[in-house]
Structures are given as C-alpha cells and as structure tokens.
Design a protein around this ligand. Structure first.
Ligand SMILES: *[C@@H]1O[C@H](CO)[C@@H](O)[C@H](O)[C@H]1NC(C)=O
Ligand SMILES: *[C@@H]1O[C@H](CO)[C@@H](O)[C@H](O)[C@H]1NC(C)=O
Ligand SMILES: *[C@@H]1O[C@H](CO)[C@@H](O)[C@H](O)[C@H]1NC(C)=O
Ligand SMILES: *[C@@H]1O[C@H](CO)[C@@H](O)[C@H](O)[C@H]1NC(C)=O
Length: 197
C-alpha cells in the first residue's frame, strides 16, 4: 500500500483551502448590504429564481441584477429586472436595503400581499414597474420617492384613497399609471404639482 508523502498531502489540503477561499471571494464581491437584501428577497419568495442558484453566487452575476461601480467604490446593485419570470409569493422588505437601486421591475409575475412600505421610500428609485401582479394595500402615507420618473402599478389590487401625497415628494415624475386597481375617492388636487408629468 502506498502512503502519500506529506508534501503531496499538504498540497491537497492547501488546494482545498484555496478552492473554498475562491468561492468565498466570489460572494464577497457583492456589497454586503446588497447581498443581504437580495438573499432576503429570494428566500421570501415561494419559488426560486432561475439563475440565482446558490446563496454564495455574486450579486452582479445573478440574472436580472444590474450593477454599477465607479472608481474606488464597490459595485452596487442599481437595477433589479425580473419581469415575466413566474415569481410567486411576497416581496421581502429587506429589498429596501438596495439603497442605490434605480430600476425595479417585477411586472408580470404572481406576486401578492402587501408591497412593503419601505420600498416606496428608496430615495434613488427612478423606475418602478409592478404592473400585472396581485399586490394589495394602500400606500398613500408611505410614498417618498424623490427621484421617481416612471411609476407603474397598473393591474394590481391596490386600494384606498388615491395617493394624496403623490407629487409632494415626487416632483420629477413623468409617467404615472395607476390603472386597474381598487382606488376610491377623488383624484387629488396636488396632482397638478407633478409639473413633469
Ligand atoms: C418591465 O418588464 C416587462 C417584462 O419584461 C417589460 O415589458 C416592461 O417594459 C418593463 N418595464 C419598464 C418600465 O421597462
Ligand atoms: C417628504 O419629505 C420630507 C423631507 O424630505 C419628509 O419630512 C416627509 O415626511 C416626506 N413626506 C412623505 C409623505 O413621505
Ligand atoms: C404600465 O404597464 C402596463 C403593463 O405592463 C403597460 O401595458 C402600460 O403601457 C404601462 N404604462 C405606461 C404608462 O407605460
Ligand atoms: C404644491 O406645491 C406647493 C409648493 O411646494 C405647495 O405650497 C402646495 O401646497 C402644493 N399643492 C398641493 C395641492 O399639494
């Protein structure tokens, strides 16, 4: 019976350490806050997202995730584009941790429940498309989207009085589609304050 010389044995051990180290490095090129936000979102869904296999997969390599980095700053998630991907379940409020997010598109899925109020407060968000889902609830008091340009929540079950604050903190908004929901009451007068609409 042959015995492995200790030098070979230690190379094998070293190689295994390097290999696991490599996997660890891949996960660490996610900005930790983005990594946590995306994993929280994924875990709360009823169905896994195709191409998101393995919790250690780097954020920016996942399908539908757009990142941006500038010199000397870590790559941050700026877009989450998961339209028509047959996603089911509820959206986790951990997603609000993506505080550089500019585009969120969850259109055409089977997502429901209350859309987390915190996501209506992401200061960097410019495009929000939640159309064709089953989101419900009223969100008038939580809306604070100062960068918003395009807001589409059509074909959901949002209800309550309409968005009395829509143009209060959202003055750059160009596109507003609230059609096919269960809103009640009058169109708020401050819609006239949406001067870019
Ligand atoms: C969101 O994704 C859907 C499906 O891919 C697409 O049709 C739609 O144009 C996208 N919305 C925006 C605002 O880009
Ligand atoms: C609008 O923004 C101001 C300050 O930026 C904040 O105090 C206020 O709560 C916001 N309004 C809403 C409805 O979120
Ligand atoms: C909002 O989304 C729906 C469904 O995706 C689409 O048909 C509609 O054109 C969008 N509205 C605007 C103003 O872009
Ligand atoms: C429109 O904006 C102005 C200036 O910010 C504010 O004084 C006014 O109350 C707003 N009007 C409505 C209807 O919200």
């Amino acid at each position: 019976m042959e015995v492995l010389p200790s030098s070979i044995l230690s190379s094998i051990i070293l190689a295994s350490i390097l290999k696991s180290g490599f996997i660890y490095c891949q996960s660490s090129d996610c900005y930790p806050q983005d990594f946590k936000a995306l994993n929280g979102f994924h875990e709360q869904l009823d169905t896994p997202i195709d191409g998101w296999d393995g919790p250690l997969l780097a954020c920016c390599k996942r399908i539908g995730v757009m990142c941006e980095s500038s010199a000397n700053t870590p790559s941050r998630v700026v877009g989450l584009i998961l339209g028509n991907r047959r996603l089911k379940g509820e959206v986790a409020d951990s997603l609000a941790g993506l505080d550089h997010l500019r585009v969120l598109n969850l259109s055409g899925n089977h997502l429901g429940g209350l859309f987390p109020a915190k996501l209506f407060q992401i200061q960097s968000l410019e495009v929000l498309d939640l159309s064709y889902n089953d989101f419900q609830g009223s969100f008038q008091d939580s809306l604070n989207l100062p960068s918003m340009k395009s807001f589409n929540i059509s074909y959901n079950k949002f209800g309550g009085p309409l968005l009395v604050t829509v143009c209060h903190n959202t003055s750059y908004i160009q596109t507003l589609d609230l059609s096919s929901n269960n809103f009640q009451g009058q169109i708020p007068a401050n819609i006239a304050n949406c001067s870019s609409l």
